[in-house]
Design a protein around this ligand. Structure first.
Ligand code: SF4
Ligand code: SF4
Length: 98
C-alpha cells in the first residue's frame, strides 16, 4: 500500500520552464511523485512527497524546490516515530499542525 500524507502540505515546487525533461529527478524519487509528461517533469502525486530533497539535489537545472525536513510532512512523519502530536514551524501562525 502506498503511503499518503496530509493533503497540500508539502513544500515541493516545480519550475517547469527550467525543466529539460532529463528524468533524473524521477530516478531518485522514492515515492513516484514525479513523471515525464509531454517531455517535461510533472508533479503527478504531490501528497506522496516526503520532502526528502533528493529530486532537488539531483536536478541539474534547478527546476525543483523543496524545504527538506522542515515542513508539515516531516512533522507528521516524526510524530509517527515519537508518538507525539505533529509540531512544525507553521503552528505559531495558525497553520495545519496547530
Ligand atoms: S522531495 Fe523526495 S519524495 Fe518529494 S518529489 Fe523530491 S525526491 Fe520525491
Ligand atoms: S531533474 Fe530537473 S530538468 Fe531533469 S526532469 Fe527533473 S525537473 Fe526536469
Amino acid at each position: 500500500m502506498k503511503h499518503r500524507y496530509l493533503k497540500n502540505v508539502t513544500t515541493l515546487k516545480l519550475g517547469q520552464s527550467k525543466c529539460t525533461g532529463c528524468g533524473r529527478c524521477i530516478e531518485v524519487c522514492p515515492h513516484q511523485v514525479l513523471a515525464i509528461v509531454d517531455s517535461k517533469c510533472s508533479i503527478i502525486d504531490k501528497d506522496s512527497c516526503i520532502e526528502c530533497g533528493a529530486c532537488v539535489k539531483n536536478c541539474p537545472f534547478n527546476a525543483l524546490e523543496v524545504r527538506p525536513g522542515v515542513g508539515c510532512a516531516a512533522a507528521v512523519i516524526k510524530s509517527w516515530f515519537t508518538g507525539e502530536e505533529p509540531s512544525c514551524d507553521c503552528s505559531s501562525s495558525g497553520g495545519c499542525c496547530s
